[in-house]
Design a protein around this ligand. Structure first.
Ligand code: ADP
Ligand code: ZN
Length: 218
């Protein structure tokens, strides 16, 4: 099953990706995670990307297209994959089509997480992430048992530098301008399915499982 999860920041794409990846045994490919790893490792790619990410701007298309094209060559993508946070521009979508044409395979479904701005802002500004394992919490809606400490691994929780309100608002604006046109792009290809990103995590997971069963993808 080859999936793209499309939707604004704060739609819950990352959270659903982790669950789907476990349930269906296919890798979760998040360009945001790959870029943050490169920042953490002090790689040249990370140095280049950080200034864009901290402002809530998009990293240049050539850079992310290159990352994904390389990642898709890994044999673990044979059975399928979940793309989370990519493509984010029409140019990236065209780059992806080209990379997939070389692999003689196409995307099965694009899931569009339609999400209200209010919910997205609330989720992003309250998000806390485990520095160690990457698990996501929410200061109010999904707090850890012990404040500042990850339930799963005991690691310290932190707030992403781009999760402050000003940067969140810019990320949403960038989404509207540069990413939202992809809804139309994939609608025309006939691969788009719309779901509500405002649903609770468990409810949305059920909706998605139903969609895959109906499409005979799982
Ligand atoms: P979110 O979806 O919550 O905004 P991500 O972790 O997907 O968070 O992305 C964080 C940042 O990484 C983005 O604001 C952007 O700077 C950069 N980034 C991630 N994916 C892409 C992409 N496909 N194209 C350009 N920049 C990207
Ligand atoms: Zn953890």
């Amino acid at each position: 099953m080859k999936l793209i999860l499309l939707g604004p920041p704060g739609a819950g794409k990352g959270t659903q990706s982790v669950e789907l990846s476990k349930s269906y045994g296919i890798p979760h490919i998040s360009t945001g995670d790959i870029l943050r790893e490169s920042v953490k490792a002090g790689l040249p790619l990370g140095l280049k990307a950080k200034s864009y990410m901290d402002k809530g701007e998009l990293v240049p298309d050539e850079v992310v297209i290159g990352i994904v094209a390389e990642r898709l060559k890994n044999p673990d993508t044979k059975k399928g994959f979940i793309l989370d946070g990519f493509p984010r521009t029409v140019k990236q979508a065209v780059g992806l089509d080209e990379a997939l044409a070389k692999m003689l395979s196409g995307i099965d479904l694009v899931i569009y997480f339609q999400t209200s701005t209010k919910v997205a802002i609330e989720r992003l500004t309250g998000r806390r992430v485990c520095k160690n394992c990457g698990f996501n919490y929410h200061a109010k809606n999904m707090p850890p048992r012990k404040e500042g400490v990850c339930d799963k691994c005991g690691g310290p929780l932190y707030q992403r530098p781009d999760d402050n309100e000003a940067t969140v608002l810019n990320r949403l604006k960038v989404y509207e301008e540069q990413t939202k046109p992809l809804v139309d792009y994939y609608m025309k290809k006939g691969t788009l399915k719309k779901v509500s990103g405002d649903l609770q995590v468990g409810e949305l997971f059920k909706v998605l499982s139903q969609i895959f069963a109906e499409a005979k993808l799982a």
